[in-house]
Design a protein around this ligand. Structure first.
Ligand code: CA
Length: 472
């Protein structure tokens, strides 16, 4: 937060003009819903219909601010051509208003298909009445029949994974990740998306939250943990309300591309997925330093097989140190990773705000974003798989017209490579013969295009974005 008084939504509103200038066209904001506790980030979803409007869980505002501030921020963003994506937490609810006695079967925490004890009565925190909201927007009140499981028996004071069996419940959804046998249960009170009242309420929320806030799409949280048929229905419903092109990206955290492709192929409506495999490769490359072969950077990535459906990213709030999916990308490798996601035509790049501003910001990132906006057009000619050296790769963007030449991007992960004698030769075309190309990031490398239209671009450790000097 900028100042003690400034909420996150206010801060975002203040930053919008700068973000738009850097070429940002869409922003994924944190979950707007009321969390289970005052400072909850919203992934601990308590009430989806309370966007910081009602006195619940000891606060009107969410951690991020009030509903009025959110609506104002989205309004300002729209005015600058920036769309906002709502982070929808549909898998679970946390912070129940009350407990009730229900029948449940304890299952093995590491294999939820195995029942480890007979059915028993537990005290489950599954009553959500939302007294502060008092039925406004939605009259729906949740009880145990709307959930598939919980992780706490208040009667025996026992922690575990309890599959709710009251009312002849069918148990876990079969259309979820097969990790841990069946990964329907993640945390809190696990929502039963097969229950008609649950479906009706969440589908109504899909259209309501977009209409109410002016947001224009969704980032869908924890999608490997709930029925993917409901996920499709949710996106379809949101699009049917006059938003046929609405953007949606599902979080399906898996570093195996085959699993992501299977997931995508099973969907009945198109949506994007985060390219966790590419992120994992960036993490691996960070760890290995010069021992990583840059020519393999796209191997087994989602963006390689589904370039139009992959949201590429370097880091996010879950992958940085200390978070649930910790797999940080080193500050040394991050500029290379960002060049790869920002300056190529494939994928849908997502910049992490903490990489752009604040104490751990990557100094090169604003320039790389500008470079995307100004130069990353036209065909992409690769010197990646065919590079003669595992420690450097390059690619050329040909530009949009003869007046708008593109850029030659040269990347190296070998700190010892800085030696002006090492160059990567890329043919940029004889129309550029005699022109001088310099690094847009301001590093010392430069070259003149020779009579054959070739540039002999100096290789420096990290990233160089060579552009024609008269277009800088
Ligand atoms: Ca679930």
């Amino acid at each position: 937060m900028g100042t003690a008084q400034e909420s996150w939504w206010q801060r975002f509103a203040r930053l919008v003009p700068d973000l738009a200038k850097l070429g940002v066209t869409q922003v994924w904001l944190p979950p707007p819903n009321k969390a289970s506790e005052k400072l909850g980030r919203g992934y601990d979803a308590y009430d989806l219909w309370d966007l910081g409007e009602f006195s619940q869980k000891g606060t009107i505002a969410t951690r991020w601010g009030t509903k009025a501030q959110l609506l104002n921020a989205i309004h300002i963003a729209k005015g600058h051509g920036v769309q906002v994506l709502v982070d929808a937490v549909l898998n679970h609810k946390v912070g129940a208003d009350g407990a009730e006695h229900v029948e449940a079967i304890p299952v093995h925490p590491l294999n939820r298909t195995i029942e480890v004890a007979p059915k028993k009565t537990i005290k489950a925190w599954t009553v959500f009445d939302f007294p502060g909201r008092n039925g406004k927007y939605s009259p729906f009140r949740w009880k145990h029949e709307h959930f598939t499981g919980v992780d706490w028996d208040g009667k025996a004071r026992d922690k575990g994974v309890f599959k709710i069996t009251s009312n002849r419940k069918r148990g876990w959804s079969q259309f979820v990740s097969k990790e841990l046998g069946n990964y329907d249960y993640l945390l809190g009170a696990d929502v039963d998306h097969l229950h008609p009242e649950v479906r009706a309420d969440m589908l109504a929320w899909a259209s309501w939250v977009l209409g109410e806030t002016g947001a224009q799409g969704f980032r869908l949280d924890a999608c490997k943990h709930f029925d993917h048929r409901f996920l499709c229905e949710f996106v379809k419903t949101a699009r049917s309300a006059g938003r046929p092109q609405m953007f949606a990206v599902a979080e399906v955290w898996n570093s195996e591309v085959g699993i992501l492709l299977d997931f995508m192929n099973a969907l009945s409506v198109p949506m994007a997925l985060f390219d966790a495999p590419l992120h994992t490769t960036f993490h691996k490359a960070s760890m290995l330093g010069p021992d990583f072969d840059l020519r393999t950077i796209f191997h087994d990535s989602l963006v390689q097989s589904r370039p139009r459906d992959a949201v590429t990213f370097v880091e996010n709030h879950d992958t940085v140190e200390g978070q649930s999916l910790e797999s940080p990308v080193s500050r040394a490798f991050a500029p290379i990773a960002y060049s790869i996601i920002l300056l190529r035509p494939e994928g849908y790049p997502c910049v992490y705000h903490a990489d752009l501003m604040g104490p751990r910001a990557i100094p090169e990132l604003p320039k790389l974003m500008e470079a995307r906006k100004r130069f990353a057009y036209g065909r992409c000619i690769d010197h990646i798989e065919n590079s003669r050296d595992p420690n450097f790769i390059g690619f050329l963007r040909t530009g949009k017209s003869k007046d708008g030449p593109g850029c030659a991007v040269i990347l190296s992960n070998d700190v010892a490579i800085t030696d002006s004698s090492k160059v990567l030769t890329i043919s940029v075309g004889t129309q550029h013969t005699g022109t001088r190309w310099c690094d847009y990031l301001g590093r010392e490398g430069e070259t003149y295009i020779d009579a054959d239209g070739k540039g002999h671009f100096p290789i420096l450790y990290g990233t160089c974005v060579y552009v024609r000097e008269d277009t800088m």
